[in-house]
Design a binder for this molecule. Structure first.
Ligand code: PGA
Length: 246
């Protein structure tokens, strides 16, 4: 399956810089070997969508509300993301689980909302440093997967991102065999729940850079990357994508 290289811009970029970054990415030759995706902040989505036309780069949001509409001040619905030109939405990122107290149950409802709007959810899971040190990594990820994914998950468009909390924005990454262990575990857990597990892309995220991507992306069951900091630089993001192979 084609690898997916996704850029999570988080709460970065005002219109001028965000537009310039999207234009720089869109002006690079189309890359048919991998799928590229950028997830800018919500304010930039509608403006960036036309800039990506014909580039082969997809657009995604960083969160959505579980309800289709209504009195939810400050929130954004999955249909609004779709309307702005998105095909994907990141859900349950550890920064949202921590800063906004998102639970597995809430993430599961958001996944349903994303599907109802025609979006592909990218569901993030990952252990903290304390959980890894306590030898609880797989138990934590198993619990997050079973709690955050609806029962019929594999039959619908779905991406899972393994993002160890301690690797996000820190410059630290797990060893290749640690990444391989978790990705194989996620694949096996998905296979228990659905016959379509092989078609679910499992991304690695957490301090992916142009330098370490060539070591991480060939690991078994690593079907792409969710890139934060390094996705804010067009050259780095492109270099990461090219290291994904065909
Ligand atoms: P990072 O972020 O690449 O800056 O570590 C990844 C993420 O949080 O998705």
């Amino acid at each position: 399956m084609r690898k997916l290289i996704a850029g999570n811009w988080k709460m970065n970029e005002l219109r001028a810089d965000g537009t310039a970054l999207a234009r720089a990415l869109a002006s690079q030759p189309p890359d048919h070997g991998r799928e590229l995706l950028i997830c800018p902040p919500a304010t930039l989505l509608a403006g960036i969508a036309p800039l990506l036309a014909g580039s082969g780069i997809a657009l995604g949001g960083q969160d959505c509300h579980p309800d289709p509409k209504g009195a939810h001040t400050g929130d954004i619905s999955a249909a609004m993301l779709k309307d702005a030109g998105c095909d994907y939405v990141i859900l349950g990122h550890s920064e949202r689980r921590q800063e906004h107290h998102e639970t597995d149950e809430l993430v599961r409802r958001k996944v349903e909302a994303a599907w109802a709007a025609g979006l592909t959810p990218i569901v993030c899971v990952g252990e903290t440093a304390a959980e890894r040190d306590a030898g609880r990594t797989l138990a934590v990820i198993g619990r997050q997967l079973s709690g955050s994914l609806p029962a019929n998950a594999g039959a619908r468009p779905l991406v899972v991102a393994y993002e160890p909390v301690w690797a996000i924005g820190t410059g630290r990454t797990p060893k290749p065999d640690e990444i391989a262990e978790v990705h194989a575990f996620i694949r096996a857990e998905l296979a228990k729940a659905t016959p379509d597990a092989a078609s679910v892309r499992i991304l690695y995220g957490g301090s992916v850079t142009a330098k370490n991507a060539p070591e991480i992306l060939p690991i078994a069951h690593v079907d792409g990357a969710l890139v934060g900091g390094a996705s804010l630089d067009a050259h780095s993001f492109r270099t990461i994508a090219l290291s994904a192979g065909d």
